[in-house]
Design a protein around this ligand. Structure first.
Ligand SMILES: NC(=O)N[C@@H](CC(=O)O)C(=O)O
Ligand SMILES: [Zn+2]
Ligand SMILES: [Zn+2]
Length: 344
């Protein structure tokens, strides 16, 4: 197969950042994706519907003319989120979800939730309004090994929460383990997961063997190959519980190539090509369209896109870096490498 035309995809998990970064991140994402779930971990975070509306305007100011582009906004869950904010968000036509970061779990999560049991009154509203909860699913206790943090979250936080709120609509974001994949498979249709291109194509050896490669460092961290294999299986299975969320997370080059490097892989301009590479490796290119373009929209109750995008089996040279902010560069995953798929 040399070309593959699919319904235009959506990215259900992306970081666009704010301010001057938007001039770079918004056009890069909009060239391939229509709807974006715009993560709210700004500094300061997007805590209210008003702040989300203002952030959406700042994003739209950089949207390319003449193509469909619909940023979907997300509240940042804090210990102080008022339960009344949920009905308010639900009543808008641009708020899509609320994102829960356990405090300290990842980039800009310091204002996240300190103990999920303290916010059960808000979660009750989420279940009642069927307003989706997006989870960065890792525990944060310093004594828990970084490679076990996702599994521990399932056992200690998510399973008890779902027992209490069995109809809660939720997305376990950027899953990285076989345990998370199986957990999602065992739940009802109200529970889904996003999977990034890096967790499909890579495992921790790619990050750590032969030298430490900071551009592969993201959270949750890349795991063993046996987990990668299971993620590939579920992503390419055609099961609608698993859909595309790139978790493209830009950090300037000097913040990544640093004695204490930031977590996050920048993939927005190459993510679709990477997913095509992964699905081809699995012999399941026929399942790419469902994963990339149908299942997320279906889960969120949005119409599927009506236009299409065409991938070509043609080498694509990833730039060494993209321009970013003042004099900084943005180094993508696979910088300088040649990918087997291009977007027409
Ligand atoms: N994935 C990451 O490693 N980083 C994300 C935050 C997140 O999605 O956890 C970021 O905002 O940089
Ligand atoms: Zn996260
Ligand atoms: Zn993210």
């Amino acid at each position: 197969m040399n070309t593959l035309t699919i319904t235009r995809p959506d990215d259900w998990h992306i970081h666009l950042r704010d301010g001057a970064a938007l001039a770079h991140t918004v056009p890069a994402a909009a060239q391939h994706f229509n709807r974006l779930i715009c993560m709210p971990n700004l500094v300061p975070p997007v805590r209210t519907v008003e702040e989300a509306a203002a952030y959406r305007e700042r994003i739209l100011a950089h949207a390319p003319q003449g193509i469909a582009f619909d940023p979907r906004m997300v509240l940042y869950f804090t210990d102080q989120t008022p339960a009344s904010e949920i009905a308010k968000a639900k009543a808008t036509d641009f708020m899509q979800a609320i994102k829960l970061y356990p405090a300290g779990a990842t980039t800009n999560s310091q204002n996240g939730v300190s103990d999920i049991r303290k916010v059960y009154s808000v979660i009750e509203q989420l279940e009642e309004h069927q307003f989706p909860l997006l989870l960065h699913g890792e525990v944060t206790h310093s004594h828990v090994d970084i490679f076990d943090r996702e599994k521990r979250f399932l056992d200690e936080v998510l399973a008890p929460m779902l027992r209490q709120f069995p109809k809660l609509k939720l997305v376990l974001e950027h899953i990285t383990t076989s345990e998370a994949a199986h957990f999602v498979l065992e739940q009802g249709r109200n529970v889904a997961a996003t999977i990034t291109p890096q967790h499909l194509l890579f495992n921790r050896n790619h990050m750590l063997v032969g030298g430490v490669r900071p551009h592969f460092y993201c959270l949750p961290i890349l795991k063993r190959q046996k987990h990668q294999t299971v993620l590939m299986e579920v992503a390419t299975s055609g099961n609608p519980k698993f859909f595309l969320g790139t978790d493209s997370a830009p950090h300037a080059q000097d913040k990544k190539e640093n004695a204490c490097g930031c977590a996050g892989c920048y993939t927005a301009p190459i993510a679709l090509q990477l997913y095509a590479e992964a699905f081809e490796q699995a012999g399941r290119l026929d399942k790419l369209e469902g994963f990339a373009s149908h299942f997320g929209a279906d889960f969120y109750g949005l119409p599927r896109n009506t236009d299409t995008i065409t991938l070509i089996k043609q080498d694509y040279q990833v730039p060494a870096s993209y321009p970013y902010l003042d004099n900084q560069a943005l180094v993508p995953l696979r910088a300088g490498e040649t990918l087997p798929w291009s977007v027409q």
